[in-house]
Each structure stands twice: as structure tokens, then as C-alpha cells.
Design a protein around this ligand. Structure first.
Ligand code: GUN
Length: 298
């Protein structure tokens, strides 16, 4: 028997846990099949500077996901003290390599390197993260552009859970270029009323209380208190924090799950979706390149 959308939603009402891990796995399988059907092998180049343990973990996950989806990848690890010019030279080399479809520079970069100059050096049509100023501007204007991976993953999770945004109040905590600002643009484009909060917001609890959909992207364990939430709110927890015991935990206090109608767990919520959306961006860049260069199998 097949369930209607409404039946599925009704059964799962109450306090749903949004399974990003399962959705990401399905999307990765679908992307593998789509690339095979299109006769392309998308190739992602990932540049990491220095030995930050979190960056090493994230980059490792991205390279592994490429391999599992049948994508090609290049992993360029540069020393912490690499000059900005040497990094820019590496980007120029990848820009002109026709076998490379997507380029990503893992952030944060060491302080002696100008992040904006580096991101602006990536060819906009190879910008797997959507962080080039041209693409960030296009996203803000509602034009076609590669969409930053975490915000794209958040919207995909909401869509998959059939959580409508039109006329809803969305509150975003965090104003980073990676998550806060682009996710706010995307929520606005879906007709949500959006409030962006940050470290200088005077009364965070009061802002959060208005949220039908809350996105927290701060990186502070237990920041979001259950008593701040409107009962039935949807909580998208982008925080990845380590407890003193070494466990991963999000920004939302665990008791938020008892108040929210749906919440993303940490780990297993937004994180895996970021990687799946990176593959999707790379696939789309490879398809666009194929369109420009002529189909290899035509
Ligand atoms: N650092 C944390 N998140 C990201 C991301 O999505 N892309 C890049 N390049 N660096 C990050």
C-alpha cells in the first residue's frame, strides 16, 4: 500500500527526527546513477591548507564521497605556511585544467591568507561551494548560481520533509557567508519572513520564540534552549560541537527535541547533506561544462 503525503506527515507528526544521513545516502546513489547515465565522470578538486583536525576530517569525507559516487577527485594538501601567491597559483592551474569541473578551498584559511582574494580566484563556473563573489551576488539576486552546500542541504531536507516555508517565520542564528547569509536568502526566496540573529542580538530568546523554522549555525553546544521554542517549531541544527567527553553535539539542547515538531540530529542531520550537495554541485558543474564543450559521447 502506498502512503499519501498527508498520511506520512500525520503519522510522523509529534517529534520527528529528520534523518539527513539516510537522505544523503540516497541522493549520493542517485547522483552516481545520473552521472553514469550522462556518460560523465565529474571531478572535484579540494584544496586544504594546514593541518586543522576538523578540516582534515571534512576534506576526507568529501574525497571519500566522491569515490563512492564514482566521481574523480584531486586532494591538494598545502602546508600551513604556504604563501597566498602559491595557493593562487594552484587555483589558476586547476582553473585551466579541463578535467577538473569543481574546485573547493576548505575554510578557514590561515590568517596570513586573504580568504576573499582566494575565493575570487576560483573560476565562477568551477565554484563548487558557490562562494565566489559573483555567485554569492547572483544567489542574493535570486539568479541561477551554484548554491552553497550547507544551505542547499537544509532546503533539500525541508523539502523532503514537506515543510512549507511560505508565510512562515524563519529565524537564522549566525550570519556567516557559509551558512547564515545564504540560507537566509534561500528562505526568503521561498516566501518565508526571515530574521537573522547574531552575537550582538540583544534578546535571542525573544527572537527564537517567533520561529516556525529555526536554523542555528553558531557552533555553541546547548545554545538553543527548549523553553525558547514555539511548540511545534522545526529546528535545523547546523552546529557541530564536541562535548568534554568527545561526543559530537549540535547547538540545540537535547530537550529541544521534545518541543520541536521536527529536528535534525547531530551527527546525522545537516552534516551528511552538505557532502551530498557538494556532489550535486560538482555534477551540475560537470554537466554545464559538457554542454559548453560538446558532449564527449555525441
Ligand atoms: N568550512 C566549513 N564549511 C565549509 C564549506 O561548506 N565549504 C568550505 N570550503 N569550507 C568550509
Amino acid at each position: 500500500m502506498t502512503e499519501s503525503a498527508d498520511e506520512k506527515a500525520a503519522q510522523n507528526s509529534e517529534h520527528r527526527r529528520i534523518d539527513g544521513k539516510a537522505l544523503a545516502a540516497r541522493l549520493r546513489r542517485e547522483l552516481k546513477a545520473r552521472a553514469e547515465a550522462a556518460g560523465i565522470i565529474p571531478c572535484l578538486a579540494v584544496i586544504r591548507v594546514g593541518e586543522d583536525p576538523a578540516s582534515r576530517t571534512y576534506v576526507g569525507a568529501k574525497i571519500k564521497a566522491c569515490a563512492e559516487a564514482g566521481f574523480a577527485s584531486r586532494h591538494i594538501a598545502l602546508p600551513e605556511d604556504v604563501s597566498e601567491e602559491a595557493l593562487l597559483e594552484e587555483i589558476r592551474r586547476l582553473n585551466s585544467d579541463a578535467d577538473v569541473h569543481g574546485i573547493l578551498v576548505q575554510l578557514p584559511l590561515p590568517r596570513h591568507i586573504g580568504e576573499h582574494r582566494v575565493l575570487a580566484a576560483i573560476r565562477p563556473d568551477k565554484d563548487a561551494d558557490g562562494f565566489h563573489p559573483l555567485n554569492a551576488g547572483r544567489l542574493f539576486l535570486g539568479l541561477d548560481a551554484p548554491v552553497p552546500c550547507t544551505p542547499r542541504g537544509i532546503l533539500r531536507l525541508l523539502d523532503e520533509e514537506r515543510i512549507s516555508l511560505r508565510g512562515k517565520h524563519a529565524v537564522v542564528i549566525g550570519r556567516s557567508n557559509i551558512v547564515g547569509k545564504p540560507v537566509a536568502s534561500l528562505l526568503l526566496a521561498r516566501d518565508a519572513t526571515v530574521t537573522i540573529c547574531h552575537s550582538k542580538t540583544p534578546n535571542l530568546a525573544e527572537e527564537v520564540r517567533r520561529a516556525d523554522v529555526l536554523v542555528s549555525a553558531v557552533g555553541k553546544a546547548g545554545l538553543v534552549r527548549p523553553e525558547w521554542l514555539k511548540p511545534g517549531a522545526v529546528v535545523i541544527d547546523v552546529g557541530i560541537n564536541r562535548t568534554p567527553e568527545g561526543r559530537l553535539t549540535g547547538d540545540a539542547d537535547p530537550a529541544c527535541a521534545e518541543v520541536a515538531s521536527a529536528i535534525t540530529p547531530v551527527p546525522g542531520g545537516v552534516g551528511p547533506m552538505t557532502v551530498a550537495m557538494l556532489l550535486e554541485n560538482t555534477f551540475e558543474l560537470a554537466m554545464a561544462a559538457k554542454g559548453k564543450n560538446g558532449a564527449p559521447d555525441a
